[in-house]
Design a protein around this ligand. Sequence first.
Ligand SMILES: [Zn+2]
Ligand SMILES: [Zn+2]
Length: 255
Amino acid sequence: MKETIYTIPLMDAFNANDECPFCFIERNLEQHAISFILGSAYMEDDVRMETDKIGFCRHHYKMMFDYGNRLGSALILSTHFHKLNEELQAQIKSFAPSKSSMLKRIKKTTIEPEIRKTNIGAWITEKENDCYVCNHFNDNYNRYLDTFFEMLKNNPEFVEIVKNSKGFCLHHFADVIETAEDKLNDKQKNLYYPMLFKLMEDSMKRLEEEVTWFTAKYDYLNKDKDWGNSRDSVQRCMQKLGGGYPADPVFQSDK
Ligand SMILES: [Zn+2]
Ligand SMILES: [Zn+2]
């Protein structure tokens, strides 16, 4: 199997041996994108044209704010606002209220962002789902998923590393299974599904035990007993269920 630019980072992610190798990759990619954009890339016309058009999501605006380089953010925001204000004007211009009815007015409100009734709602949802950093992650993430299955099929040493890993967070496990459905043939499914399922069941059970022991440690009868692996189990449980690294320090520019 030929090595690609994805092979080594994927190996590194598994060798980090934390609760999810794809969270590890995600963290690297998003930190890379934030330090790229706020490093000096915001001064380049082609990059700025993209950020003007795409913008960022709530999570990544927060990362940009925390990172530092307030002037860099201000410059990005200044031209992004310019673009957005043009679009907002056009959206408001083409907005046409729907016909009111008694039935609609007495119905309880249920907002479903996937089903927008108005052009303004649809436009804002589209803006919220578009993010320069998320896009950078998603492009690479899909290649990492492909590489994961390439390596699983062709590299016995990698299979052993996966078997001895801590599995995936639920969020990324969903994507692993969805990708497996397309990338594995029937024979490979028989071989790798039991392995992947065991990995997940074992790691979920292990975390349940670790975090339960964490609570038991607060009983004075257990106060002299060993913490085992449970001392940092809260953040690892949260990662397993929600993805990401809750205990990470804020990512900041080292300037
Ligand atoms: Zn994950
Ligand atoms: Zn984002």
